[in-house]
Design a protein around this ligand. Structure first.
Ligand code: ADP
Length: 486
């Protein structure tokens, strides 16, 4: 191993304590991978109602944090548990902010005090480090909820010797979520107004917490090579492409991996039968089980397409909505697990009512079911408009479920279109963001499905891919060492 580092992760989500998406999975797996190779790793995260419900062994510390928000001082508690051997998680406990049914929003919209909730969290991260005398070499921050930390370090804490050796790495998991708030919220940061400029954290008159991470962190990373290039263009840059071009020398794309403790068809306790690349019989049983669970009338010899997703525009649901009827006309089954925008809930409810024998639907967040879908389907659909990394397609590869994806971000990096001549490739990939391209590619995939020996080749190619976190963790080590040279 290279030099042993003190690494502190800070994130608004970490599985199994809290989760709305891929961020939580990464924040559980990457710290574990780094701790395994001998680094001293800790994680700081809020203590939510979800965390309480997870019913894990969490102890409240006698220590407290006192956070200055404007001219108020807000008190919080610190709690702790172990995520793995040598891996401690520190929770910032403040029920007034985090003891709610959801993490960021209700179906009616974002919580109105999100600025306060995550300015508090960002400041509490630094207070926790000081209170517990944790001098980190690397403070690894994730997404807008922790973006402010870098601005605080480079401005308010600039002369604080406690942080003088700490370097920041900021990872963009999704550039579309920026933590944009009106400038009246600036006072809670206690930052000088000089940082409220286009070169700092201002974004068209608003305060942009993600931008704070982009501007003030020592190193930036994002979760695939392709996305690191895409976000430097107007099409994918969400208005921040200029900032990212400016910082392109410090920006690295590192693909996420698969946490094999969570996602492994040989060990998965959520699925009805276990299987491996050498013996796929269990997968067929999982498929029958899934068909039964959704009460579909589908011959198990017919193709079954699954989707597990936040139901938002990002995920390509508009083009899928157009293409789904002709896909069903190919006599395929379709199962969707997801939650999100009302318009998509309605669309898929109507679809399910129209095709009750072919379409299974669960509008919920259901982790055990997500495993059953990964195991029981033949295909996984991800026609995303943009996708920083995407995790379900790499879980699918592990489960012998063939991804049908649009060539964007991490989907483009992880999926190679199958070529029946060379037998190379682990999935199906289309370029244009259109219902036509999605439909044509799905038809091609269904055609190959009919040739079972050919289809097995794709399954094997995917299941043999190296998707381990170890590979990605080594790249993060390199990036940390670059940050330390700053
Ligand atoms: P994003 O982070 O944009 O939502 P990713 O593909 O990176 O997308 O990660 C999504 C993660 O959330 C995966 O682990 C996926 O299985 C999980 N997930 C998404 N929707 C659901 C759901 N409705 N129920 C259970 N898990 C879900």
């Amino acid at each position: 191993m290279a030099k042993k580092l003190k690494i502190v992760f800070a994130s608004s989500e970490i599985a199994p304590f809290s989760k709305t998406g891929g961020l939580a999975d990464v924040l559980s797996a990457l710290p574990k991978a780094l701790a395994r190779v001998g680094h001293d790793v800790k994680i700081i995260t809020p203590f939510y109602r979800q965390t309480k419900k997870a019913n894990l062994d969490i102890k409240k510390f006698s220590k407290k944090v006192f956070v200055q928000l404007g001219d108020r001082v807000i008190e919080g508690d610190i709690a702790t548990t172990k995520l793995a051997e040598n891996l401690e998680v520190l929770f910032v406990v403040k029920d007034e902010y985090y003891d709610r049914d959801d993490l960021y929003q209700t179906p009616q919209g974002d919580f109105r005090d999100n600025a306060e909730r995550f300015i508090f969290f960002s400041k509490a991260i630094l207070s926790t480090l000081e209170e517990l005398e944790l001098k980190a070499d690397i403070l690894h921050l994730h997404d807008w909820q922790t973006g402010l930390v870098s601005a605080l370090l480079k401005n308010i804490e600039i002369n604080n010797p406690f942080f003088s050796k700490t370097r920041t790495v900021f990872t963009i998991h999704n550039l579309a979520f920026q933590g944009l708030f009106w400038h009246y919220d600036m006072h809670m940061t206690n930052l000088p107004w000089e940082v409220f400029t286009p070169e700092g954290i201002e974004f068209y008159g608003k305060m942009n917490l993600l931008k704070s991470g982009l501007v003030y962190s020592d190193i930036l990373t994002t979760v695939s090579q392709k996305y690191s290039l895409e976000i430097q263009t107007p099409e994918y840059g969400c208005g921040l492409e200029g900032v990212l071009v400016k910082r392109s020398k410090d920006l690295y794309g590192i693909m996420n991996g698969v946490d094999e403790e969570e996602w492994n068809p040989l060990k998965d306790t959520f699925i009805s039968n276990r299987y491996s690349v050498n013996d796929l019989r269990g997968k067929i049983e999982c498929k029958k089980n899934l068909i039964q669970e959704f009460k579909l009338n589908l011959d198990p010899g017919r193709p079954l397409i699954g989707m597990i997703s936040r139901l938002t525009d990002q995920k390509g649901l508009d083009i899928l909505s157009e293409a789904i009827a002709p896909i069903l006309a190919e006599n395929a089954g379709f199962i969707l697990l997801g939650r999100g925008e009302e318009k998509y809930h309605r669309f898929f409810q109507e679809l399910q009512a129209k095709y009750p024998q072919q379409v299974g639907l669960k509008l919920d967040f259901d982790i055990p079911l997500s495993h059953k879908i990964e195991a029981g389907c033949d295909f996984l659909m991800m026609p995303s408009r943009f996708e920083p990394c995407g995790l379900n397609q790499i879980y699918s590869l592990k489960y012998g479920t063939v991804p049908i994806v649009r060539a964007t971000g991490g989907l483009d990096d992880s999926i190679e279109n199958f070529d029946p001549k060379t037998l190379q490739g682990n999935g199906f990939k289309f370029k244009d963001y259109s219902a036509e391209a999605l439909l044509a590619k799905t038809k091609e995939a269904l055609e190959i499905y009919r040739n079972s020996s050919l289809f097995k080749e794709i399954i094997k190619n995917g299941m043999k891919d190296d998707l381990s976190w170890e590979k990605s963790a080594r790249r993060y080590e390199e990036v940390y060492n670059r940050a330390l040279k700053k």
